[in-house]
Design a protein around this ligand. Structure first.
Ligand code: COA
Length: 160
C-alpha cells in the first residue's frame, strides 16, 4: 500500500472520485463550502489502483480533514490516511488535526475516537444550513438515521 501526496496530474481522478463519493463537487462543514478536488491531500494506491483519498485545508494552527474515504474498508487505508494527515500537520507546525462529521456517521465516530480524536463540539441542526449550500446532502444517512447535526472532532499533535 502506497500513500502519497496528491499531485497536479491527479486532479481529474480526484475530481471524479469526489463527485462519486460525495455526490457533488463540494463538501460543506461549519457553514463553509470546500472544493475538495482543488485541495491538497493524499492518495492511497494498491497495485496502481486508488483505494483511498484524503483532502485537507491547512490554517494557522490546525489542519482540517475535509474528506476522507477508504474505497476498501477495514484494511488500514483510513488509518494510513490519518497518519499522513497528522504527519503533514506536524510538518506545517499545526497543533491539531480537526474534522467535522454528521450525527449518522457512527462508523466514522468510532474510527476517529479509536485514533485519538476527541469530540470538540456539537452543532444541532447545522445540516439544515449545510443543505442550503449543498442540496445534494441526503436527508437520511447511515443506519437509517436522519442527518441533522454536525460534530467536530480534534486530535492534538505533539510538536516535532
Ligand atoms: C471512516 C473510514 C475512512 C475508515 O477507513 P478504513 O480504511 O475502513 O479504516 P481502517 O481499515 O484503517 O480501520 C478500520 C478498522 O479496520 C481494522 N483494520 C485495519 N487494517 C486491517 C486489516 N489489514 N485487516 C483487518 N482489519 C483491519 C482496524 O483495526 C480498524 O479497527 P479499529 O478501529 O477497531 O482499530 C471509512 O469507513 C470510510 O471511507 N467511510 C466512508 C466515508 C466517510 O464517512 N468518511 C468520513 C467522513 S467525516
Amino acid at each position: 500500500m502506497l500513500v502519497r501526496a496528491i499531485e497536479e496530474a491527479d486532479r481529474i481522478v480526484v475530481g471524479r472520485l469526489v463527485l462519486e463519493l460525495w455526490g457533488a463537487h463540494t463538501a460543506v462543514a461549519h457553514g463553509q463550502v470546500f472544493f475538495p478536488a482543488s485541495l491538497p491531500g493524499f492518495l492511497v494506491e494498491q497495485q496502481d489502483t486508488v483505494v483511498g483519498l484524503l483532502t485537507y485545508a491547512a490554517a494557522d494552527n490546525h489542519l482540517e480533514i475535509v474528506t476522507i474515504d477508504a474505497l476498501r474498508r477495514g484494511r488500514g487505508v483510513g488509518s494510513s490516511l490519518v497518519d499522513a494527515a497528522v504527519h503533514r500537520a506536524r510538518q506545517l507546525g499545526c497543533n491539531r488535526v480537526r474534522l467535522t462529521t454528521t450525527n449518522d456517521n457512527l462508523d466514522a465516530l468510532r474510527f476517529y475516537q479509536r485514533r485519538g480524536f476527541r469530540l470538540a463540539s456539537l452543532r444541532p441542526d447545522a445540516v439544515r444550513e449545510a443543505r442550503r449550500l449543498k442540496p445534494e446532502i441526503p436527508s437520511v444517512g447511515d443506519y437509517g438515521i436522519p442527518i441533522t447535526d454536525e460534530l467536530d472532532l480534534e486530535r492534538w499533535v505533539a510538536p516535532r
